[in-house]
Write a protein that binds this ligand. Structure first.
Ligand code: TLP
Length: 341
């Protein structure tokens, strides 16, 4: 039985055309700035999100953590959304590497200008840790691939900047937001000092993310990348896959979103609560018996990750076709019949 892997959009494998691009990539030593394919990728990525410069890094986690180091000093506070990736899924890096605390604000992955103002602490009060950085996440993983409403996002970023804070956008899935909302990625990222996005999620590349911002900031980011061990020599082989993804796999994200909606409808028909309604490529649903559901689905080669007790996330991606959605629903029905027997 062919496994259907809905654990994440990180599980995609490079397509034959992408492998072809990788095989023919021109390379050089990127730590010397001499890899032509990396240089091309960085220029294309920066232009795509309306920033001056970009640095290619191995992962979204490294991009976010470099940004946090860039914008803060030890002992400061970062404001981020409830369930933010930088807080929940980056191995405690913000405290371990940058020495900052994270305070969460807002609900369901979003926050407004008032929430930023209410949480803001100036450096003048010696008892309190000052808030110096705002991190937004769009789309929001923990909130089920939710798109941050643009007016709210711009209001919150504006408020942070008026207070003298720096701002970073974790746009691991920024192009899902662009394709689903019709708002260009550059517009979403416009007011942020830095923006990170990933090639290794829905865009289908095997490895890689970028951090984008102005020239001076990205120059500092290059030093931090080196410090963290992210200087990657003949990385053009990977950059070729990322470039291919940027050129060929953005528009097709719409297919993932259609499939996620169809999957959600099918899951609801099977009697499982789905919430929120999917806006992009994630379907969040509840099954009370977490371990039983995992066993019953795994036994049928249907792979879905829990995100907490009684809660699951199914993600559509490049390697999940329309027929796979039907097959996943059939396996799900069988698993639930067994569970309810
Ligand atoms: N998210 C992964 C897991 O870490 C949870 C996934 O399967 O969704 N920002 C956001 C919003 C992300 O969802 C992720 C990956 C990252 C950053 C980190 O990217 P990587 O995995 O490249 O370090």
């Amino acid at each position: 039985m062919k496994p259907i892997d809905l654990r994440s959009d990180t599980v995609t494998r490079p397509t034959p055309a992408m492998r072809e691009a990788m095989a023919h990539a021109e390379v050089g030593d990127d730590v010397y700035g001499e890899d032509p394919t990396v240089n091309r990728l960085e220029a294309a990525a920066a232009a795509r999100v309306g920033k001056e410069a970009a640095v290619f890094v191995p992962s979204g986690t490294m991009a976010n953590q470099i940004a946090i180091r860039l914008h803060t000093h030890h002992g400061e506070v970062v404001l981020a959304s409830q369930g933010a990736h930088v807080l929940r899924y980056e191995g405690g890096a913000a405290s371990a590497l940058a020495g900052v605390q994270i305070t969460t604000i807002g609900t369901a992955g979003c926050f407004d200008a008032d929430a930023v103002r209410a949480a803001y602490v100036p450096a003048s009060n010696v008892h309190l840790a000052p808030t110096t950085l705002l991190v937004a996440e769009d789309t929001h993983n923990g909130a089920g691939g939710r798109i941050f409403p643009l007016a709210m996002l711009q209001g919150a970023v504006g408020a942070a900047q008026d207070l003298g804070m720096r701002t970073h956008l974790d746009g691991a899935r920024l192009f899902d937001a662009e394709v689903a909302s019709g708002v260009p990625a550059a517009r979403i990222a416009e007011r942020f000092d830095t923006v990170a996005f990933c090639f290794s999620k829905g865009l289908g590349a095997p490895v890689g993310s970028v951090l984008c911002g102005d020239e001076a900031t990205i120059l500092r980011a290059r030093r931090l990348r080196k410090m963290l061990g992210g200087g990657m020599r003949q990385a053009g082989v990977l950059a070729a896959a990322a470039l291919y993804a940027l050129e060929h796999h953005v528009d097709r994200l719409a297919e993932d979103h259609i499939r996620a909606r169809r999957l959600a409808e099918g899951i609801e028909k099977l009697g499982l609560p789905v919430h929120p309604a999917p806006e992009t490529n994630m379907v969040m649903f509840d099954v009370a018996d977490t371990m039983g559901f995992l066993r019953a689905t795994r036994a049928r080669e249907l792979w879905i990750n829990p995100t907490g007790p009684g809660r699951f996330r199914a993600v559509t991606h490049l390697d999940v076709g329309s027929a796979d959605v039907d097959e996943a629903l059939a396996r799900l029905e069988e698993a639930l019949t067994e569970l309810r027997a």
